[in-house]
Design a protein around this ligand. Structure first.
Ligand code: CUA
Length: 173
């Protein structure tokens, strides 16, 4: 996995653990006798919980937003790659790019919705994925850190041949 993907994987794991702890807490709090709580205190507590949730969401957003590959604009020296998805294959032009230099992908579909999923070499996780939809051009900017063969798989069910909708990108040093 690339360094960014590793960071994201750790963040997801941490978020999952926190969510499990919260779920157990909620489950425990609904067991047992019902206690009378003064309405004023209850309202106060509710506000406290709201503040915790908002703080958690804002923190998670700030920690992860810069790792999102979408919406990044390409530099002038970016390599340009055109991708056309069609049942059941990808037309990637050119299919060879250089590592360490931005690649601006221009993606579209000739028929239905496809998922353009790029896997790290040896299928060590998804580098990035983007929906390809007809009558719309999608742009994704991505820099391949390491050379190698990156498998391309369709990640959106698109018909009987969905599973054979495969291709690859060769990343050279
Ligand atoms: Cu194209 Cu699934």
């Amino acid at each position: 996995m690339g360094p960014t993907a590793t960071v994201i994987a750790y963040l997801y794991s941490a978020a999952t653990i926190v969510a499990c702890i919260i779920a157990i807490g909620v489950w425990k709090s609904t067991r047992g006798e019902r206690k009378f709580i003064d309405p004023e205190r209850a309202a106060h507590r509710e506000k406290g919980w709201l503040a915790i949730v908002v703080a958690f969401l804002v923190t998670t957003l700030l920690l992860t937003i810069f790792l999102v590959p979408y919406g990044e604009s390409a530099k002038t020296d970016a390599q340009k790659v055109t991708v056309i998805g069609q049942q059941f294959g990808f037309q990637i032009t050119p299919a060879t790019v250089k590592a360490g230099q931005q690649v601006e992908f221009t993606l579209t579909s000739k028929d239905t919705t496809h998922g353009f999923g790029v896997m790290y070499p040896n299928d060590a996780g998804v580098a990035f994925q983007a929906q390809i939809v007809p009558e719309h051009t999608q742009r994704v900017v991505w820099t391949f850190d390491k050379p190698g063969k990156y498998r391309v798989v369709c990640l959106e069910y698109c018909g009987v041949g969905h599973h054979v909708m495969l291709s690859s990108i060769e990343v050279t040093p």
